[in-house]
Design a protein around this ligand. Structure first.
Ligand code: NAD
Length: 462
């Protein structure tokens, strides 16, 4: 994999305005695998100008032609899927089979879904004596995190382009090589110059310049709640559109009638997947008191099997963050049943799969997003208490409910303050709206709901 030394702006790789660079490190062996430019406000300015210049032409391109370009982009991602998987593995550290199936596979699905939606979406509708046009919002500033490097990019760029918007992307500093590969794919797919632009750089410099740029019409951000709050404030002050996909602390609620072993095993796999770096992970497992110790034993056995096979977390900073949460769990009196703060390997940013029992709902590890392979098992006495605990954090992104009968699980799921709930291990649906209640965010991604975030309506009365 090779790193580009420039920014992808206006359909070409251009030298960065400044000389600073960012080192890209492989989290498995801690070796530097590349360097990308650390963009500044000047680079962001060039990119926004290119996106603005490309906007009228792209917005006026018939949706079927935009759809064809998105289909071409999907085809390039398919053709380069091995390279994508290898790049994500090199800079994020996830095991290659997971990178192939999820990090490369899901963006292909999502890009394909927007190629179809662009061709079929009703961009014009009749409402009584009015014709309502759904028009692109304009220039989009997209700021993405490292946890699913390509998915987070495609989940913003594909609907934005389908809507007729143009984009400037500032990807996470830990995973810029995947973003550069995406820019190559955009070029190869034949998208017009300036429709998509890439500025690599640090969050507080390039990210902030993009979020604050007066000529950006919509800021779409995924990442931490702290930065999201700030970006929301900036957008609010400028009266511009904003979409925020922030953290989660989702509950996996196992009702007494459920298949306990299945619910626990799937629950543990969900938390360990991607080394726990998933905003929608079910990091709190809620178990009825009558089944509590059995569930703890099952979870401990399941987690112990993973060992260091889950891969490292993304960086030394993230590893120390996760370790300090594990230490806090012990200090606050939770029972450590598997794992702990020590690294399972001398080299690489590995964290042991960790399971805590006797976690009470008010403990820090039950309230804050850890973003590592750490599961907290919480006891409940009755259904009312389970609802209270499940809803008892500032977040509301995802969750799971398990019961013998689907109807029982659905009735419980309807009481959860959260944007997504998997019933008895329901499968990922790339067309279902994804996003948060409460402080998990504002707006939705994926499917037609994700597309409508990038549109604004104009009504003509007759
Ligand atoms: P972050 O919020 O700092 O970074 C996310 C993106 O925002 C990156 O591209 C970053 O460069 C950019 N950014 C940072 N500061 C900015 C600023 N002032 N203005 C504009 N953009 C800025 O997240 P992080 O440091 O990578 O991770 C910290 C924690 O955030 C994680 O431990 C986890 O809890 C959470 N997180 C959540 C998600 C999610 O999908 N919801 C993803 C990644 C991280």
């Amino acid at each position: 994999m090779k790193a580009h030394h420039g920014m992808y702006i206006g359909g070409e790789w251009r030298p960065a305005a400044g000389a600073d660079t960012i080192e890209v490190v492989n989290p498995v062996d801690e070796q530097v695998i590349g360097r990308v430019p650390a963009g500044t406000a000047a680079d962001v300015g060039h990119a926004v100008r290119a996106a603005r210049a490309a906007l009228p032409g792209w917005a006026a391109t018939p949706p079927t032609e935009r759809a064809a370009k998105l289909a071409a982009l999907r085809d390039v991602l398919v053709a380069r899927k091995d390279e994508i998987a290898e790049t994500v593995t090199a800079e994020l550290g996830s095991p290659l089979p997971f990178s192939q199936a999820v990090h490369a596979g899901v963006p292909i699905l999502v890009a394909g879904s927007y190629a179809e939606l662009a061709a079929t979406y009703a961009f014009e509708e009749k409402v009584g004596n009015s014709t309502v046009y759904h028009e692109p919002v304009g220039v989009v500033g997209a700021i993405t995190p490292w946890n699913y490097p390509l998915h987070q990019i495609v989940a913003k760029v594909a609907p934005a382009l389908a809507a007729g918007c143009t984009v400037v992307l500032k990807p996470a500093e830990d995973t810029p090589l995947t973003a550069q590969l995406f820019a190559e794919a955009v070029a190869e797919a034949g998208l017009p110059a300036g429709v998509f632009n890439l500025v690599t750089g640090l969050g507080p410099v390039a990210g902030q310049a993009l979020a604050e740029h007066p000529d950006v019409d919509l800021v779409s951000f995924t990442g931490s709640t702290a930065v999201g709050r700030r970006i929301g404030g900036t957008a609010g002050a400028a009266v511009k559109r904003v979409a925020l996909e922030l953290g989660g602390k989702s509950a996996n609620v196992i009702l007494p009638s459920a298949d306990l072993a299945k619910a626990v095993n799937v629950g543990v796999a969900n938390v360990m997947s991607n080394s726990g770096q998933t905003c929608s992970a079910w990091t709190r497992m809620l178990v009825h008191t009558s089944q509590y110790e059995e569930a703890v034993a099952l979870a401990a056995a399941a987690a112990a099997k993973y060992g260091d096979r889950i891969g490292p977390v993304v960086s030394a900073k993230q590893r120390s963050r996760v370790r300090s949460y594990i230490e806090k769990g012990v200090a606050e009196g939770a029972r450590l049943v598997v794992g702990g703060p020590e690294s399972p390997r001398e080299q690489g940013y590995f964290v042991s799969p960790t399971v805590f029992a006797d976690v009470t709902p008010d403990m820090t590890i039950a309230q804050e997003e850890i973003f590592g392979p750490v599961l907290s098992i919480i006891r409940y006495e009755d259904e009312e208490e389970a609802v209270r605990i499940a809803n008892g954090t500032v977040y509301g992104l995802a969750g799971a409910v398990w019961a013998a009968e689907e109807a029982e699980a659905v009735a419980f799921a309807r009481r959860l303050d959260t944007g997504q709930v998997d019933i008895n291990g329901g499968r990922f649906n790339p067309l279902a709206p994804f996003g948060g209640y409460k402080q998990s965010g504002v707006g939705r991604e994926l499917g037609s709901h994700g597309l409508s975030e990038y549109l604004q309506t104009k009504s003509l009365q007759f």
